[in-house]
Design a protein around this ligand. Structure first.
Ligand SMILES: [Zn+2]
Length: 232
């Protein structure tokens, strides 16, 4: 496990927990899987489970599909969340909560692939220095099948990494593994790492494919319009 450098004393003002949870037991957990595998649903369930036990958490996201500061899932759940930017210092975010008298026992970090590497290191620092549990949810790889930098850092630093087991299937029935970017009906392999699009627009959309069909660029039979998908 690598150590993470944090500015000396940066977290010293943050008290640790309320004593009901073991000190020093906080963990950094990374849950990953392809699009549509239920990451945001699990993120919301995780928050619900901890809140029921009287714990206080913050929900963070970046570029949620709703285009708003919310964590939303494809099965219709949603909750308000804090939208972070490249400039957000997650330690300051937690420290501000403490300054306002709010406890922070855990963070739910959705769409974590869009966080910066520095922010992943800040999360590790919060776990180690402030005993805040961090549950991070996101994609591992981009449309080129290359790791997102934040995901790579999470693989390096997380206490626990779990690939989500909700199967997303390629059109052929094999397990979907890779997130293909499709522009004007063609699989594209080059371009900006982050193009946040409507996943059902005609210009740029994303589709989960098995490795074989990702490599072949074979998108399968025509995809029905979104309305039909939702009714299916
Ligand atoms: Zn396939």
């Amino acid at each position: 496990m690598n150590s993470v450098a944090t500015p000396a004393g940066a977290l010293s003002a943050i008290p640790s927990g309320d004593g009901r949870w073991r000190r020093g037991g906080a963990r950094l957990k990374f849950f990953y899987g392809p699009m549509d595998c239920g990451k945001s649903t699990l993120a919301l369930q995780m928050d619900h489970n901890h809140a029921r036990r009287g714990r206080h958490g913050l929900l963070l996201t970046r570029h949620d599909r709703s285009g708003a500061p919310r964590i939303t899932s494809r099965i219709g759940l949603g909750r308000e969340a804090i939208e972070i930017t490249d400039a957000t210092d997650l330690r300051d975010l937690v420290r501000d909560q403490w300054a306002g008298g709010q406890r922070v026992d855990y963070l739910i970090c959705d769409e974590v692939q869009f966080y910066t590497v520095a922010q992943v290191e800040q999360l590790a620092g919060l776990v180690d220095s402030s005993d805040v549990d961090v549950y991070a949810f996101g994609l591992a790889t981009d449309f080129r099948s290359v790791l997102f930098p934040a995901a790579q850092r999470l693989f390096e630093l997380a206490d626990d990494v779990q690939r989500l087991q909700v199967e997303v299937l390629c059109w052929c029935g094999r397990e979907g593994q890779l997130n293909a970017r499709i522009a004007h009906g063609q699989l594209v392999r080059e371009g900006a790492q982050v193009v946040v699009g409507d996943t059902v627009s005609d210009d740029v959309r994303y589709q989960v494919l098995c490795r074989r069909h990702y490599q072949a660029g074979d998108l399968g039979p025509a995809v029905p319009p979104a309305g039909q998908l939702e009714l299916a």
